[in-house]
Design a protein around this ligand. Structure first.
Ligand SMILES: NC(=O)C1=CN([C@@H]2O[C@H](COP(=O)(O)OP(=O)(O)OC[C@H]3O[C@@H](n4cnc5c(N)ncnc54)[C@H](OP(=O)(O)O)[C@@H]3O)[C@@H](O)[C@H]2O)C=CC1
Ligand SMILES: O=C(O)C1=N[C@H](C(=O)O)C[C@H](O)C1
Length: 250
């Protein structure tokens, strides 16, 4: 394939705008851009970069699959949207049969590196002595919580401990909560102003605390990562991928 042709979904959104800016700066080919209510025409696109909402991502997965079947070559669907319900993720994963699906709650190198560090720390620090808490802060316009990144970091910690995050997750605390249950992984969420994305994982023991954290300073970071992911994905076969595959971290 000579020049990979990009479609950008959610083109009027914060991330859509950042993606279009970086594609333009890099002189990459934009086949089409669209937002809510627009007609979707993927006929000239090889990859779709999608920072929208869970429901529109699912609709777009079907549009990618139909277009891929029409031309006899799968499209790559790069998904940055967050806030999926478990059933939506199951439905999305099924598109790995028909599309090249690459989904990540965070396209930065730093967060993907941090996941490995969190997993390693969680695997070494005994659950009865070290409590794990995931903290995140974002801008006031964010509509989902905890963030996709916080859930990825929680998953990495749970994986390090050999447990399922769904079994140990504590999503919020308020009122007379009782003491902290050993082995749980707690989440705390801040929303305010223009914060781009702050994430920390605390490992708290009786006498010491380890904090592993990441701070995003500019959302262009995520756009650049998604474009790298798209260029990589365009060369793959249909299946399910994430940023760990792109970066060779798996
Ligand atoms: N994975 C990562 O690295 C990152 C992920 N994100 C995630 O990306 C998503 C978008 O974030 P952000 O750009 O800040 O949000 P915005 O609300 O700024 O942008 C989302 C855009 O998608 C549009 N949209 C909604 N429905 C559709 C549809 N059916 N078809 C096409 N476009 C649609 C919205 O239109 P309208 O406003 O009219 O509804 C809006 O323009 C969020 O889930 C966020 O958490 C964000 C940053 C990094
Ligand atoms: O909505 C955002 O802005 C962000 N969302 C992603 C998430 O939910 O983790 C990634 C990043 O932190 C910014």
């Amino acid at each position: 394939m000579t020049q990979i042709r990009f479609a950008v979904a959610g083109a009027r959104g914060r991330m859509g705008q950042a993606v279009i800016r970086v594609l333009t700066e890099r002189d990459l080919t934009i086949a089409t851009t669209f937002d809510k209510g627009d007609t979707i025409d993927l006929s000239q696109a090889d990859v779709v970069i999608d920072f929208t909402t869970p429901s529109s991502t699912l609709a777009l997965a079907e549009a990618c699959a139909l277009e891929g079947e029409k031309r006899g070559r799968a499209l790559a669907h790069i998904i940055g949207s967050t806030g999926f319900m478990p059933q939506q993720l199951i439905a999305l994963d099924a598109y790995g049969e028909r599309n090249i699906v690459l989904r990540s709650g965070n396209f930065s190198l730093g967060v993907n590196m941090l996941m490995g560090l969190v997993k390693q720390a969680a695997s070494k620090l005994a659950a009865d002595a070290w409590d794990i808490e995931v903290l995140e802060a974002h801008h006031k316009r964010k509509v989902d919580a905890p963030s996709g990144t916080a859930l990825m970091l929680g998953d990495a910690a749970a994986e390090g401990r050999g447990v399922d995050l769904n079994e140990v997750r504590v999503a919020a605390r308020d009122g007379l909560t009782g003491q902290r249950e050993p082995g749980t992984i707690g989440f705390s969420v801040i929303r305010g102003g223009g914060i781009i994305g702050e994430h920390s994982v605390l490992f708290a023991a009786e006498d010491e605390v380890i904090t592993l954290s990441h701070s995003a300073r500019d959302r262009t970071l995520f756009a650049r990562g998604a474009i790298e992911a798209a260029l990589w994905a365009a060369q793959q076969s249909p299946g399910l991928y994430d940023m760990q595959d792109v970066l060779g971290f798996r």
